[in-house]
Design a protein around this ligand. Sequence first.
Ligand SMILES: NC(=O)c1ccc[n+]([C@@H]2O[C@H](COP(=O)([O-])OP(=O)(O)OC[C@H]3O[C@@H](n4cnc5c(N)ncnc54)[C@H](OP(=O)(O)O)[C@@H]3O)[C@@H](O)[C@H]2O)c1
Length: 283
Amino acid sequence: MTHQTTVAILGAGSMAEALIGGIAKTNGGKAPHITVLNANNRKRLNQLHAAYGVHAAQSYEEAVKGKDVIVLAIKPHNVQEVADSLVSLLDPQKQLVISVAAGIKLETLESWLPADTAVIRAMPNTSARVLASATTLSIGTYATEWQLAFAKTLFSSIGTVTVVDEQQMDAATGIAGSGPAYIYYVAEAMLNAAIAEGLSPAEARALINQTIGGAAKQLSNSSKSPKDLYKEIMSPNGTTEAAIAHLDHSSAQELFQQAIHQAVKRSAAIGASFERDPIHKHQ
Ligand SMILES: NC(=O)c1ccc[n+]([C@@H]2O[C@H](COP(=O)([O-])OP(=O)(O)OC[C@H]3O[C@@H](n4cnc5c(N)ncnc54)[C@H](OP(=O)(O)O)[C@@H]3O)[C@@H](O)[C@H]2O)c1
């Protein structure tokens, strides 16, 4: 019989639930090999136990001991205190720590954990809740290829996985971490426009949801560039051409690129501030 990889998830919030839900989905709806611990909300742990069959732990020791993988699904400002509690419990020869905390670098995590601990950093996005995250992973100094393969499988249960060098994590955060918000922002503009043009909010929302979902499918299924795809819709002197001409005239593409650059810069600044001031409350 092959050993089923055991996982402890520290933190029981929305990211933890997305991961548990994804893993359970690949396992007949239940995930009894997952142990979960939070700070003090027992009701929440009981809910997760009832929904997914996870084991609710009472202590760090119970959660972490003997587990193959420990996922830190806690807010960045809690990571150092949790790492401190794990130092005497972890076995660096056997256990992998995966952090989903935004902004905290591998080097920082490695410095907070016992020497030689295998660490992987993950950056999922909020579409994890609908099992459609675009997750990026970066591998730490001591993690093995086998451990990376496991992390890929784990995060594949909530969407796609791309492995990047850690230097690219800020870019990935600006594109994919914050990315869903850009699409919602466009959706909001479309919604406001639709209502101003006389559609009911419900009609507008249905049309916009389907339009964005359909365009996303086209982007995924087609080898054509985004430009080719929108050019296909633009007949000379037609409606789409009128809209795109207005956007081009207003330098909307440049504005969007500058906005993404701001997100990337902010991600780098948050990472740097954790090195200087790890306890500082960032989010
Ligand atoms: N949500 C997303 O889509 C998303 C996307 C990318 C990255 N992330 C990252 O994922 C991490 C978790 O985010 P979230 O949205 O899931 O947060 P959340 O919903 O606020 O959940 C945080 C969890 O951490 C627990 N916790 C706090 N201190 C703890 C401690 N000392 N020991 C054990 N558990 C502790 C809390 O327990 P109590 O409730 O008992 O206090 C709570 O269950 C963050 O670092 C965030 O940057 C999230």
